[in-house]
Write a protein that binds this ligand. Structure first.
Ligand code: ZN
Ligand code: ZN
Length: 388
């Protein structure tokens, strides 16, 4: 976009001032304050505990609440859970649950298209934060959250979201710091209160925002696509570490109503663990899971599509002798790619006709995926040893 074409009249002034202002203060005033007053501030243990609590409470309220509960209805929650995520979601300053969900449902419906509010084809900056700083088009009327509009708690938060955010996100940490300092007889309660405001309020807001924004930007750019290449969403383990488990975005776009994003047991998805734990104590229920056979069908189909190309790419890097040595592996990999395509079709067929797929069959098919991985690894090693 040329600068003269920059849509000045489309700038969201309040949002822009908030996002840029808080980020600027976090990079300047916060380090300066800590550097200057570190020795004089009392109650560092409390300040860091408050930061940690707010970091998880506000972040999980977005991922568990705004995202998996309200946008995707991937489980049902009792009112204490709803109230918690509405209060601390407001304190993450990412707008109301209603507006967030409306945008997010459009994102899933029109992913990578012009209507997608954080369309990655407009570039990293736009998908990450640009879409909040200026709107390229007028905001379409909100019509896709009728179910949420029927919930009085969600509507109450929608009406007062900025006030709740201000009180819970900024004023409360400062007040708690002040109270803790007075109770403990600290010499300068104002300093502890200011540290709580700057670290658990301001800095935490910026960290949680930037982390969650990565799902719209990085997760549509970097990572693997084990479930589908039909959209730009990718699985990225390291973004999962930044985002309470939301980094497994390829799975999420393929199966958006599943309460899990990191569907494999070893994948880092604390949001999923919290939902599961809450279900065990009766605070949430009706957790939606995609059947294993459907997930596996997607994986087999995707692997059958990529295996042949991956093998060809690796083979093109091998010298003549390594190619001869690996001839049987190369042939077997191409045969397996064809077999996987048939197996994926059969599984899909079974899902449509609701035919039972036995545990042994699923295990066998998982074994085929492992075989494919082993074949690629063996070709990769041949390439590495040739280079060495
Ligand atoms: Zn996405
Ligand atoms: Zn989603």
């Amino acid at each position: 976009m040329k600068f003269k074409n920059f849509p000045i009249y489309r700038i969201e002034w309040v949002t822009s001032a908030f996002l840029i202002g808080t980020a600027f203060l976090s990079l300047t005033v916060v380090p300066w304050f800590i550097w200057t007053y570190a020795k004089d501030i009392q109650g560092w243990g409390f300040i860091l505990a408050l930061f940690t609590f707010y970091y998880f409470a506000t972040g999980i309220s977005i991922t568990l609440g705004y995202h998996r509960l309200f946008s995707h209805i991937s489980f049902k929650a009792k009112w204490p859970v709803k109230v918690f995520v509405l209060i601390f979601g407001a304190a993450s300053f990412e707008n109301s649950a209603l507006d967030w969900s409306a945008d997010h449902r459009i994102h899933h419906k029109h992913v990578d298209e012009d209507e997608d509010p954080y369309d990655i084809s407009k570039g990293f900056f736009y998908a990450h934060i640009g879409w909040l700083l200026f709107r390229l088009k007028p905001k379409p009327p909100v019509t896709n959250v009728k179910d949420l509009e029927a919930d009085p708690l969600i509507m109450l938060q929608h009406r007062y979201v900025q006030w709740i955010g201000l009180v819970v996100g900024f004023i409360l940490p400062a007040a708690l710091g002040w109270g803790y300092a007075v109770l403990n007889g600290f010499t300068n309660p104002g300093l502890t209160a200011m540290a709580c405001f700057l670290i658990a309020g301001l800095l935490r807001t910026v960290i949680v925002q930037q982390a969650t924004f990565c799902i719209n930007s990085l997760c549509h750019m970097f990572g693997r696509q084990p479930y589908s290449h039909g959209h730009s969403a990718r699985d990225s383990a390291w973004v999962a570490w930044l985002t309470y488990g939301e980094g497994y975005h390829n799975y999420h776009h393929e199966f958006q109503h599943d309460y899990r994003n990191g569907v494999k047991p070893w994948q880092f998805d604390p949001t999923k663990w919290v939902i599961w734990t809450l279900s065990k104590v009766g605070l949430v229920q009706d957790l939606r899971r995609v059947p294993d056979s459907r997930i596996l069908a997607a994986e087999l189909k995707e692997k059958s599509r990529t295996l042949g190309n991956d093998v060809d790419h690796l083979v093109s890097r091998l010298d003549e002798r390594s190619r001869e040595l690996k001839a049987s592996t190369i042939a077997a990999a191409h045969a397996l790619a064809k077999d996987l395509a048939h197996r994926a079709e059969a599984l899909k067929e079974a899902a449509i006709t609701k035919a039972e797929v036995g545990h042994d069959t699923l295990q066998e098919l998982r074994g085929l995926l492992n075989q494919a991985a082993e074949m690629l690894e063996s070709l990769r090693q041949a390439d590495a040893s040739a280079v060495a």
